[in-house]
Design a protein around this ligand. Structure first.
Ligand code: CDP
Length: 313
């Protein structure tokens, strides 16, 4: 009974936010009356101007030369000089289409996707982004789809699931088959302890002939993004992967549709308890502030900047 009451309270509060958004607090420039889409354009272009994820989110041989001193965004006291060997693993040029993509689906890992039947809807997007090498096949496909154009890979997964790639690499290579030739984005330069394992992942992919395309998050971009959202009042210790990818998707896609974003314990409509992820119940890192991020996503949704899917498809 207590769970049901709390769930229903949460739902009411959430829909109150949706219905009665305080536009003055939106992370978009305040403008006079106009079509919502005009206001939203301002928001996207501000992201592009201040963070320029299109050119800088991914390290390339064009934006990061040999000898550059990379400053780790998670620990600014640490730096790394780009050697010739590391430089050769960088992408040759930025990996995004120069023309903005018509429709992108960004898939968070929330338990809200369980039994959602959203697989077809997700797969119908032109570009599908996923977070943290999530499982797709068999039981999950109907609910989360399979198409993947970009997937992030947090080094903590490489550590836990693949023994930091210190021994046999085959299980890692086989697990990548689900993502075809997707871009595999590694935050190799967020913390110094992430670098070696991320480079091992990239070398493993190259050596095994896997079609996946390893690329690295640019720590300068991640720092700018964190500053951007800080000035909008969002101050977590670290932005969540899903929120980083939302910000990037807003720069590279005309229409951004979000699935699997619901950092709460009960289903928004039917109120039954949810696991944190659609595939496990691992708890949220205390570094993140997902409910505060979700509040911003709700505001962006109600402005028409992006579309949040919370119900079943
Ligand atoms: O790497 P991180 O811990 O940020 O993410 P994750 O747990 O692998 O989930 C990927 C993304 O989905 C998160 O970064 C959140 O943006 C979103 N998510 C959510 O909105 N609600 C949940 N219950 C779980 C994840």
């Amino acid at each position: 009974l207590i769970i049901l009451c709390l769930g229903s309270l949460l739902t009411t509060v959430t829909w109150y936010w949706l219905d009665d958004v305080e536009f003055s607090k939106l992370p978009c420039p305040k403008k006079g009356p106009g079509k919502l889409s005009d206001i939203c354009k301002g928001c996207r272009s501000r992201l592009r101007r201040k963070c320029n994820g299109f050119d800088t989110a991914i390290i390339t041989q064009e934006n990061t030369r040999i000898g550059t001193k990379l400053v780790y965004d998670g620990d600014e006291k640490k730096t790394l000089k780009v050697t010739r060997e590391i430089f050769h693993v960088f992408a040759k040029e930025h990996p995004f289409e120069t023309k903005r993509l018509d429709k992108c689906a960004l898939v968070g890992n929330g338990g809200i996707l369980t039994d959602s039947r959203c697989g077809k809807s997700i797969d119908s997007a032109k570009f599908v982004l996923r977070c943290n090498l999530p499982p797709l096949k068999s039981d999950y496909q109907e609910h989360v789809g399979v198409k993947t154009d970009l997937v992030t890979a947090n080094p903590s997964i490489l550590l836990k699931k693949y023994g930091s790639l210190m021994n046999r690499r085959r299980p890692f290579v086989e697990s990548l088959q689900s993502y075809g030739n997707a871009l595999l984005v590694l935050p190799a330069f967020s913390y110094s302890f992430n670098t070696d394992v991320s480079l091992r992942a990239a070398y493993t992919i190259e050596d095994s002939g896997s079609p996946a395309q390893p690329v690295f998050f640019n720590p300068g971009y991640l720092r700018n993004l964190s500053i951007f959202w800080r000035t909008e009042g969002l101050k977590p210790r670290r932005l969540s992967t899903g929120f980083i990818m939302t910000s990037l998707a807003l720069e590279i896609c005309d229409n951004v549709e979000l699935y699997g974003f619901w950092p709460f314990g009960n289903h928004p409509y039917e109120l039954y308890p949810l696991s944190n992820h659609y595939y496990d119940d691992m708890k949220v890192s205390p570094m993140h502030a997902m409910p505060a991020e979700f509040n911003i996503l709700l505001r962006l949704h109600s402005e028409g900047v992006l579309k949040l899917h919370l119900g079943n498809c």
